[in-house]
Design a protein around this ligand. Structure first.
Ligand code: AP5
Ligand code: ZN
Length: 215
């Protein structure tokens, strides 16, 4: 199954993606995670991407499209994949469609996780992430058992550089219109599935998994 998770920053794409790929046994491809890993490793691509990410801006298409399509060409994506954070613009969606068509593939489901903007702001500014394994926490909704320590691997749990309030506002502004354009594009292709992402994490997962069995 080939799936895209669509939604504004903080909608819960990453949280749900990590759970859903376990059920579907497909790889989770997050362009944000790939950029953060590259930045942590100080590669030229990572250092360039970080300049844009820290401002809440999109990394240019010439970098992003190549990164995503190279990953999709890998063998483990042949039987299915879940994209999280890509595509993020019509240009990226069109590039993705051509790239998949070249290998006889299409997108089966685009899961659009919708959450009210006020809640998104609270989720993002309250998010904390593990530096070692990437697990996501929230100071109110999903706290770590031990202060500042990851429940999964014991690594340091910190705030993402782009989760400061001023950068969050910019990310929501930039992504708002783009996300709506993508929802329209995929609705026209008849693959858009809308999910209310404001419930608790387990409820949202259940709704998403039900979509796959219903269609
Ligand atoms: P990326 O890492 O993709 O960030 P994003 O899209 O801004 O999305 P987030 O990770 O912030 O949100 P999410 O929806 O995954 O929420 P999460 O599950 O963590 O991208 C970062 C940057 O990389 C971009 O700004 C850009 O610069 C660059 N980039 C990436 N892809 C790109 C592309 N295609 N083109 C160009 N540039 C690109 O949840 C958020 C918080 O809420 C967590 O604390 C979580 O615990 C909590 N939470 C989640 N669900 C619930 C729930 N149901 N109830 C209560 N709390 C919840
Ligand atoms: Zn960890």
């Amino acid at each position: 199954m080939n799936v895209i998770m669509l939604g504004l920053p903080g909608a819960g794409k990453g949280t749900q993606a990590k759970i859903i790929v376990e059920h579907l046994r497909i790889p989770h491809i997050s362009t944000g995670d790939l950029f953060r890993k590259a930045a942590q490793d100080h590669t030229p691509l990572g250092l360039t991407a970080k300049v844009y990410m820290d401002k809440g801006e999109l990394v240019p298409d010439e970098i992003t499209i190549g990164l995503a399509t190279d990953r999709l060409a890998e063998q483990d994506c042949a039987a299915g994949f879940l994209l999280d954070g890509f595509p993020r613009s019509l240009n990226q969606a069109q590039a993705l469609r051509s790239e998949l068509a070249a290998s006889g593939r299409t997108i089966d489901h685009v899961v659009y996780v919708q959450v009210d903007e006020r809640l998104l702001f609270e989720r993002l500014t309250g998010r904390r992430v593990c530096c070692d394994c990437g697990a996501a926490y929230h100071i109110a909704y999903r706290p770590t058992a031990a202060e500042g320590r990851c429940d999964v691997c014991g690594g340091d749990v910190v705030q993402r550089d782009d989760d400061r309030p001023e950068t969050v506002a910019e990310r929501l502004r930039i992504n708002g219109e783009l996300t709506e354009q993508l929802a329209k594009y995929y609705a026209e292709a008849d693959v858009l599935r809308v999910v209310d992402g404001s419930g608790d994490i387990a409820d949202v997962t259940e709704h998403v998994l039900n979509l796959f069995t219903a269609s």
